[in-house]
Design a binder for this molecule. Structure first.
Ligand code: PLP
Length: 450
């Protein structure tokens, strides 16, 4: 029995014998003690809502250690000498419901390998959302293509399909929707536009393991889907990535590119059919992923249950707006839990101070991305010698003139994130997140003055 519950029962027993006036007053005191919401903010010297940490990530069990040690002992550390990566590719293709999977050294290279396989290069334009990890933008640049930013849908934080067509030119080759936070982009609308304009779709599903659109896994809808297994991701091997596709020819090309231009059927020879690089996954990564995968489904279910419970509570707090899901989204991966903070409902307390107060209550949180399209490296890249060899000054000037995403600018000032491992906690952990936010809301005026 929880301490609060014991206190309440003891109280009720006592109250039964006492007078009604006393019992009501005492009950009010007990209720506020239980909620902890009327206490002083931890940032202002009060007691924090929470003292213990959230579940740590990544998680390790005996099977992980055994698999790792097995690779070590067998000495087949490279995928060309072992079969763990081969096995992982088969399992991951099965899990995502596609024909083919190619493991890569990381998610950035999964995107790079996909765009190389699709022959996206100098002069081409790739439509990307600005609300993403920088790799989505870096990869078109690495191919000497232009990442063209499409503003976000303020309700879902995903690339806004209504703003895609105005960005399409005769040089557009590919749309790269990002399932940001593990929430799902509007795939129906995006795929329809892609079909109409004859464009490739590369899904950046680096945060969206097991997420689904209309009951089918994300990453399997576009020409290719890219995943990351970097240590923070919901499935992890420290570093790692994968390309999935139903197009075997595409994966053949990606394979060749990822292993120095060798043919997929000629893994170790000195014959090369294309130009390529080395972005092979190691056997250590493959073996670890196979073991981590045994817990993926169960963990995903816990995150979903907790996130949905958290949403029920948070949407009742004025000024807190959890990100919405499109109707076609049948499963969210919740790599992040994303919401929007409205300072006007919190006595004007700026987001930075709200985050500070929430962290002080023992609830780890962050403000998330800054506007990527405004990063100085974008202009720096476009103005460098190599880009000048491909694009006219007029084209670059025009690009920079049109490079505005006002909805994203606003979101980047208002977003609040919780991280996936927090969602692996208990229902009581979720209660404490909501409790801490309610406490800040109640004490907003004091916080604003402090
Ligand atoms: C993590 C991530 C990547 C890149 O993956 P790495 O494995 O870190 O290279 C790309 N896109 C998004 C949206 C990501 O979150």
């Amino acid at each position: 029995m929880k301490k609060e519950e014991m206190k309440r029962r003891r109280f009720l027993q006592t109250a039964a014998a006492g007078t009604a006036v006393v019992s009501l007053a005492a009950l009010a005191v007990l209720e506020s003690e239980k909620a902890g919401e009327d206490g002083q903010l931890a940032l202002l010297g009060g007691k924090p809502v929470r003292n213990s940490g959230f579940p740590s990530w990544p998680m390790i069990e005996k099977n992980d250690e055994e698999a790792w040690a097995d690779v070590l002992q067998k000495k087949g550390w490279c995928r060309l000498n072992g079969d763990y990566v081969d096995q992982f590719e088969k399992e991951y293709a099965k899990l995502t419901g596609v024909k083919e999977c190619l493991a890569t050294s990381n998610g950035t290279n999964a995107l790079f390998g996909s765009m190389s396989a699709l022959d996206i290069g100098p002069g081409d334009e790739v439509l990307v959302p600005p609300y993403t990890f920088v790799a989505t933008v870096n990869v078109p640049f690495l191919r000497f293509a232009l990442p063209v930013f499409v503003d976000i849908d303020p309700e879902t934080f995903q690339m806004d399909p209504a703003k895609i067509e105005e960005k399409i030119t005769e040089r557009t080759r590919c749309i790269c929707p990002v399932h940001i936070g593990g929430y799902v982009a509007n795939l129906d609308a995006i795929l329809e536009i892609a079909k109409k304009h004859n464009l490739y779709v590369v899904e950046d599903a680096c945060q969206a393991h097991l997420a689904e659109w209309k009951g089918r896994k994300v990453g399997s809808w576009g020409d290719a889907g890219c995943f990351s297994f970097q240590v923070t991701k919901n499935l992890s091997s420290g570093e790692g990535g994968a390309i999935i596709s139903n197009n075997s020819e595409l994966i053949d090309r990606a394979y060749s590119f990822h292993s120095n231009g060798r043919e997929r059927t000629n893994k170790y020879g000195y014959q090369y059919i294309h130009n390529g690089t080395n972005m092979r996954m190691t056997e250590f990564q493959g073996a670890l992923l196979l073991q981590q995968m045994t817990r993926l489904e169960a963990q995903a279910r816990i995150r979903e249950t907790n996130a949905e419970y958290l949403t029920e509570q948070l949407q009742q707090i004025p000024g807190i707006k959890p990100a919405k899901h499109y109707e076609g989204c049948t499963r969210t991966a919740y790599h992040l839990y994303m919401l929007r903070y409205d300072a006007s409902q919190f006595a004007g307390v700026p987001r930075a101070k709200f985050l500070q107060a929430l962290n002080a209550e023992g609830i780890s949180c962050g403000g998330g991305y800054t506007p990527l399209n405004k990063e100085p490296f974008v202009e720096e890249t476009l103005r460098n010698r190599t880009f000048q060899a491909v694009y006219s000054k007029e084209r670059i000037d025009q690009y920079l003139k049109e490079n505005h995403c006002p909805e994203n600018d606003k979101l980047c000032q208002e977003a609040v994130w919780f991280f996936q491992s927090m969602l692996l906690g208990t229902k009581e952990d979720m209660d404490q997140i909501a409790e801490a936010i309610r406490k800040i809301h109640k004490n907003a005026a004091a916080l604003a003055k402090a």
